[in-house]
Design a protein around this ligand. Sequence first.
Ligand code: ZN
Length: 379
Amino acid sequence: MSAGPQVKPIYPIYRLDGRTFRIGAQLGITAEFDDPDGQMWTLVSNLDGRDLSEVVDAVLAQHPELRAEDVTDGVALLASHGFLAGVVPEDRALPALDRRYDASVTYFGHFAHVDEDPSRPLRTLRDSSVLLLGLGGGGSNILSLLAGCGVGRIVAVDKDAVELANLGRQILYRESDVGRPKAVVAAERMAELNSTCQVEAHVLAVRGPADVTRLLEGIDLVVCAIDEPPFVAQRVVNAACVARSVPCVYGASQVTRGRVFGVIPHVSGCFDCINIHYTKKDPQFVAQFVGFQQSDFSPPSIAFPPPILLLSSVIVDEAVRILTGYLPPRCVGTQFEVDYVSGAAYPLLDWPHLPEDCPTCGVGSESAWEVFTHYQAVP
Ligand SMILES: [Zn+2]
């Protein structure tokens, strides 16, 4: 098969008038060409995957005033602006069942350089294993999204059974599932939905780091969608993930906002680095934390499906970014806020890696930081 350049099929090419044309229609990724002699138009019209030497010949035949290097310069210009795709050789074609991910590959193609295989992120996901902790409002939807993105293996953990009150937002479950363990139901449902994704279910409560550690064998990334008890659950998961150097993406919903943050152990700050950072930065941090813990605050479930799905989507996209690098992570080392009211999403609070201070990802002493004495064990 030819491996010549072509304009990515996601971009329309259209004339505005006799001398002006555009590639692309989306604001921000559209280029307009002033082309009075039609040279670029001829070039673009011939970038259909044929060999580059054939493109040069075709353009020179219509524009003898040009030199071959003018044509190759034009191709390089288009490639440098991300408008050109290489052609994926047939021996790299995806298996038939993976055709369900074709549209994702097309999306990844927008970010791929002309020399890159746009299916590389998907191939990485197919070879990836993700541990998903929690199959509730966030986790049950995250499971479907991870599988829909093409993750090859998911180990899913939840201690609870399906309740009628879950069904509004946990759309993986049916009325007939009420009373059955979420993990078991989720694995069954995923087997029906997507045979390309292997889902292993565990009905268990995460009470300490050991509960997570024993599930980390072969795991490339963890998604922590449990937040009970608040902060304590994340600290338990962080301890296990940092010890095994496995990245983790955390998400939690508040009232009208949710937060997502990621930890790449020994590269970015971990959850305990957050505690130390705010102990240093905010004189009220420890008092606020202690007051919150002592309040025994136990809010009713608050979750409106559209925001929960929005937050779940940010979590899964971050997981895919970390696993594949198709884009840089946007939640690592920062608490990324999703505002349900305005729809805005933005990095809100950065925190550093503190290897000198942190007892979990560095050489610090736990007893040096009062805040850690106020973390209670998971009941
Ligand atoms: Zn740390």
